[in-house]
Design a protein around this ligand. Structure first.
Ligand code: PLP
Length: 421
């Protein structure tokens, strides 16, 4: 009933969003083209964004703590990126030819993530980057099996949720699944494989969509070693985690992947994916003598390439560090508030997980779905926007003040709902 009355208030507060929703329902299933953006009773329609603020068509504004699921690392309408895009647009935006931008972005990324990444190629999304990486591993090793992890997410057709869906939309690769952060179980699964069958191990250094669950250092090092032992490629999906250190999470972990996949923020906020790796792997794509092909009309599109160059320059070491420190501050603040009001930094029903500028506030137990929904609506009523699943990602426009504001709202929520937590 708490949730029902919140949803009623929400519907009353957002009549224009409701009208957009109803109109869109006629032409899109569930008025939706990104499952993750579905929210009950209907999602807000956003009219525009500026810096850290999102504005809805209903005239309300929200501090944006979702930051486009981490791709919006620059905040909205970043002036430097906008200028780079406008400058590029003046020369036309897609040539059906090589352009002067793609090589520059490739150089920036290879120099930055060069730990095991000698060469790189671009595509349009993180999903595509992972599909290409898997294809490359199969092509390179001549083997078929791909070890992935329960709770892992590498894109729509590469997702392995805890509770498997009724109908899997996954690409039909020969996947085998192991539990994340479980060396013993993974070892047993690997040792049960037919000889010479493993092409790759595909893993996130922190499971993102799986709930911001950091990979344990010994687990990830074990996987790196196992890939070598089985003569398979170690593919580290850094689509999300590449923001966690200047040279990616792999630099913090001290791990050299055979292939790294990237996406999200590296395109300056435009659609992008990239995969890069050791020279002998990437040279399979060399049209002069390689055995693999890789095409895509928009792989080198001028807007994305120009925005990516500008964006990557903004994300220098200092900016990356400050962003992650601010995320940690907010998360600590939330943990401290939970401890102050509920008696322990995490309760079985409410806790945070994550790293740096990427984290989750998670509710567990039989009431978890209701708690997530109540929390989501509570935050919206107090002017804060996050993902329905409790996912929070910081952007570089966030300040201490935003952290304080969010912290106070969390304290209000805890005070009001302590009995349910
Ligand atoms: N890999 C990871 C770890 C992700 O978090 C995501 C997106 O959330 C993807 C891949 C897919 O990227 P995209 O949405 O650009 O296809």
């Amino acid at each position: 009933t708490t949730l029902e009355s919140m949803q009623r208030r929400y519907a009353n507060r957002n009549p224009k969003s409701l009208a957009f929703y109803n109109e869109t329902l006629k032409h899109m299933p569930g008025a939706n083209t990104r499952t993750v953006l579905h929210a009950l009773p209907f999602p807000l329609t956003i009219s525009h964004g500026q810096s850290t603020t999102l504005f809805s068509v209903d005239g309300h504004s929200y501090i944006d703590f979702l930051s486009e699921y981490s791709a919006g690392i620059y905040g909205h309408s970043n002036a430097t990126i906008k200028a780079a895009i406008v400058k590029a647009l003046d020369g036309g935006w897609n040539f059906g030819g090589k352009n002067q931008y793609e090589g520059e972005l490739a150089k920036i990324l290879v120099e930055r993530f060069g730990n095991g990444m000698d060469m790189i190629r671009f595509c349009n999304s993180g999903t595509e980057a992972n599909l290409m990486a898997i294809g490359a591993a199969i092509g390179f090793t001549g083997k078929q099996k791909i070890l992935a992890f329960i709770g892992g997410y590498h894109g729509g057709p590469l997702s392995f949720p805890e509770a498997s869906p009724k109908y899997s939309m996954n690409a039909k690769y020969d996947f085998i699944l192991a539990p994340y952060n479980d060396i013993k179980a993974t070892k047993a699964i690997l040792s049960g494989l037919p000889p010479d069958s493993l092409a790759a191990i595909l893993v996130e250094g922190m499971q993102g969509a799986g709930g911001s669950i950091p990979g344990q250092l010994d687990f990830l090092h074990y996987l790196r070693m196992a890939a070598t032992d089985y003569e398979a490629l170690f593919i580290l999906d850094e689509v999300m985690t590449s923001r966690l250190a200047y040279r990616g999470l792999q630099s913090t972990l001290g791990i050299s992947p055979d292939i790294t996949t990237l996406g999200k923020w590296i395109g300056g906020g435009m659609g992008i994916g990239a995969f890069g790796g050791r020279r002998e792997i990437m040279e399979m794509f060399d049209p002069r003598n390689g055995k693999l092909t890789h095409s895509g009309t928009f792989n080198n599109n001028v807007v994305t390439m120009a925005a990516g160059i500008a964006g990557c320059k903004i994300m220098d070491e200092d900016t990356v560090e400050k962003l992650n420190a601010l995320g940690e501050r907010l998360r600590n603040f939330i943990d401290t508030s939970i401890e102050k009001l509920l008696g322990a930094a995490a309760t079985p029903k409410m806790y945070t997980t994550g790293l740096g500028s990427l984290f989750n506030i998670t509710f567990a137990g039989p009431e978890k779905d209701v708690l997530h929904a109540v929390f989501y609506h509570y935050l919206l009523e107090h002017g804060i926007y996050i993902a329905t699943r409790g996912f929070i990602t910081m952007n570089i426009e966030h300040t201490e003040e935003h952290v304080e504001t969010f912290g106070k709202v969390i304290e209000g929520f805890l005070a009001e709902y302590r009995d349910a937590l």
